[in-house]
Design a protein around this ligand. Structure first.
Ligand SMILES: C[S@@+](CC[C@H](N)C(=O)[O-])C[C@H]1O[C@@H](n2cnc3c(N)ncnc32)[C@H](O)[C@@H]1O
Length: 214
């Protein structure tokens, strides 16, 4: 019954949200064909929310942690201004190759700089106060470190958007045994206690944390 209700709400929300570009739909289908993991990609509702946030905040420079096959990177690039730049971090050559193929197909792909390697290393090479927007969506045990780096590289008023903060609803269990869920629960508590950001947690898809650096 509860699952039916969740599906009903998600279907209704999807119908009342703009569609994404045809290229993004193509990439989602190809991601499923090649990897069988298209559920890793944020999808259209979260994607549209990201695009609106990028536009409303007039973001020029964005950073993404976790490119995968490039769906969310292209979502962000489509919303950035002509001279906007997205730095996106991925440590898998296989996924990066698919992403690069799609960045080349898109008129917005030239705004994207893909950094192959451990995301934390890439973030540490970004100057302080130089970015407007950080999207975190990679390995869950490192979320706390990515958050610390995001606070360093963002200027005042910069936004942080974090995916999967419900970790497939496993964080709601009385006794959390799943390692990723434990890491996410600890991350959520770290953010809750952090006074340097204004924050709201949203029950969209697998849960999203949206923050603004004060
Ligand atoms: C959930 S997927 C990202 C999905 C993507 N944001 C989207 O919506 O299309 C997470 C990605 O993070 C990558 N990743 C995991 N650990 C990483 C690390 N330490 N450094 C860089 N990338 C990492 C994985 O290879 C995977 O492609």
């Amino acid at each position: 019954m509860e699952a039916d209700k969740t599906n009903m709400i998600e279907d209704y929300v999807a119908v009342h949200t703009d569609d994404v570009s045809l290229l993004l739909e193509e990439l989602m289908a190809e991601t499923e064909n090649i990897t069988g993991r298209s559920f890793w990609s944020i999808g259209k509702v979260e994607g549209k929310l990201l695009q609106l946030l990028i536009k409303m905040s007039r973001t020029q420079r964005a950073v993404e942690v976790g490119t995968f096959t490039g769906y969310s990177a292209l979502v962000i690039a489509e919303a950035l201004p002509e001279d906007g730049i997205l730095t996106t971090c991925e440590n898998s050559q296989e996924y990066a190759d698919i992403a690069l193929q799609y960045f080349n197909k898109s008129p917005y792909g030239r705004k994207i700089k893909l950094k192959l390697g451990p995301a934390l290393q890439t973030l540490r090479n970004i100057p302080a106060n130089s970015e407007d927007f950080v999207f975190i969506d990679a390995d869950k045990p490192s979320y706390g470190d990515y958050f610390d780096e995001a606070l360093r590289i963002l200027g005042p008023g910069g936004l942080i958007f974090v995916d999967n903060v419900f970790w497939r609803n496993k964080i709601f269990k009385k006794k959390i045994t799943n390692e990723n869920a434990k890491a996410i629960a600890a991350f959520n508590e770290k953010v809750r206690q952090e006074d340097r950001v204004e924050k709201v947690m949203l029950s969209i898809r697998d849960g999203v944390y949206l923050m603004r650096k004060k």
